[in-house]
Design a protein around this ligand. Structure first.
Ligand SMILES: C[S@@+](CC[C@H](N)C(=O)[O-])C[C@H]1O[C@@H](n2cnc3c(N)ncnc32)[C@H](O)[C@@H]1O
Length: 449
């Protein structure tokens, strides 16, 4: 297949990131913004040994699941699909991965739990700031590029964040503030971050900059005046030449260094660097599902590994005898301890460090554990951590994952260690994007298989 060649056919499948696949004599062409069943004409834009990328040039027959896209949003590769089609896509993605890694049809994948209103759900936005040819842009990075697409309205994030983005763009121009230039590694403002609590009464604004810059005080005053709900303005300094967003040093410029949220009657303080689920409406469903699967009893002692600010820990603490939370980020553990204290939950202990290290301390202390809830980052767990769970003869392991591929890999490891799972429940925490969260119960079998 060669560049600029034109092909015609019917989209027969999706890739893991939601691109449509058109097969020509079994050779796959990946195309963005198309739907299964659509008849298309595409132009090859890149050809590799085993696959090609094509651009839609003519939609010959469109799907009833097609939706109009007015303005693209960051990572929202599925915006052109009806929500129903998005959920079907996610269920199938998880099923394909489970079949491939664990054996065809051996794990039942339940229908993805969707949300009623799948728009403006994100409580946290990280917005890159860029100046090009004298034009200030704030929005999102064009896929596979460092070019910022200037955006006025993102349909995923809270509308408050759209308003703040648009106003702050004006302020940066008006005050002629220094903006970071990635190529030259000069200038100051790199990103803005907004995080808002669920009932939208508290907002944190963070400026991520290479260095402190002239006009910072005036900038803070102007941001403060934008919305009475802004309770915290933070500055994070990232002076490194890197794609990583945050640097190590954080300063409070205005108000407190956290915002508070209420999740199912529990109050959480969240600081800038702490992980907090981005879709509060679905978070409650996800945690409830995890807790239900763990089938917790009053006398149980449990571990909440990768616990962040202790959200799952505190949900569970209301039901069980003792919870041990493990988390690697210091600020998150400080939040977690304060959250347990302010909610009057005394049966929780938070351990600062890597789950794979702290689990060994618990083994050495000879603590009796009935169930473990795991919610690791995208890369999943260290194998030694899973081996230690098996060594501790933990009966129930509930695994919450934002990456079905690392989940399936870890499920395979657990299977080899004598654990069985029968079902995976996908939950849509990230509508309009190809991402999906899953929750699984793994139970210890009598003997190794
Ligand atoms: C997906 S988040 C889950 C947090 C929490 N359960 C929640 O729902 O808010 C994963 C968390 O694991 C933490 N983390 C990453 N690597 C870790 C490790 N090796 N040991 C412990 N925590 C880790 C991250 O800082 C983050 O807070």
């Amino acid at each position: 297949m060669n560049k600029n060649e034109i092909y015609r056919g019917i989209i027969s499948d999706y890739s893991h990131d939601g691109m449509g696949i058109l097969k020509i004599n079994n050779f796959p062409i990946f195309i963005a913004d198309v739907i299964e069943g659509e008849e298309v004409e595409v132009k090859i834009i890149k050809s590799k040994k085993n696959l090609a990328y094509g651009k839609l040039i003519n939609l010959i027959k469109s799907s009833v699941e097609r939706r109009e896209v007015i303005e693209k949003s960051s990572g929202a590769n599925l915006m052109h699909m009806s929500y129903n089609e998005q959920l079907k896509f996610k269920t199938r993605q998880v099923k394909n991965i489970m079949d491939k890694m664990l054996g065809r049809g051996l794990i039942e994948v339940l229908d993805t739990i969707g949300m009623e209103d799948p728009y403006h759900y994100r409580n946290k936005s990280v917005v890159p700031v860029q100046k090009k040819d004298g034009f200030l842009k704030m929005g999102y990075y064009r896929p596979r590029s460092h070019d910022v697409v200037d955006t006025n309205k993102c349909i995923i994030q809270f509308d408050e964040h759209n308003h703040l983005t648009n106003e702050i763009r004006k302020i940066i121009s008006e005050l002629n503030l220094s903006v970071y230039n990635e190529e030259k590694h000069e200038g100051a403002i790199r990103h803005m971050m907004f995080r808002t609590n669920t009932d939208k009464t508290e907002i944190m604004v963070a400026i991520i900059a290479k260095e402190k810059f002239a006009g910072l005080d005036k900038f803070v005053e102007k941001i403060k005046a934008l919305d009475k709900r802004i309770k915290s303005i933070m500055l994070n300094i990232n002076s490194r030449k890197t794609n990583v967003i945050f640097g190590e040093d954080t300063y409070t410029l205005y108000g407190q260094d956290y915002i508070s949220d209420d999740l199912d009657g529990i109050k959480f303080n969240i600081s800038l660097r702490s992980f907090y689920q981005v879709n509060p409406k679905q978070t409650k469903n996800l945690y409830q599902k995890a807790i239900d699967l763990a089938d917790l009893k009053e006398e149980d002692n449990i571990i909440d590994a990768y616990c962040g600010i202790g959200t799952i820990s505190l949900f569970a603490a209301r039901k069980v005898n003792q919870v041990y939370g493990i988390e690697i980020v210091k600020a998150a553990v400080e939040n977690a301890k304060e959250n347990a204290r302010s909610n009057g939950l005394k049966n929780v202990e938070f351990l600062l460090g890597k789950s794979e290290d702290k689990i060994k301390e618990l083994i050495n202390k000879d603590v009796e554990i009935d169930a473990v809830i795991i919610d690791p980052p995208r890369k999943g767990c260290e194998e030694s951590f899973l081996q230690d769970l098996a060594k501790m003869k933990i009966k129930k392991v509930v695994y919450v994952s934002c990456n079905p591929a690392s989940l399936a890999r870890d499920m395979k490891i657990m299977q080899d260690l004598g654990y069985r799972a029968s079902q995976v429940q996908p939950v849509d925490m990230f509508p309009q994007t190809p991402h999906v969260e899953c929750v699984v119960l793994m139970t210890k079998t009598k003997r190794k298989p």
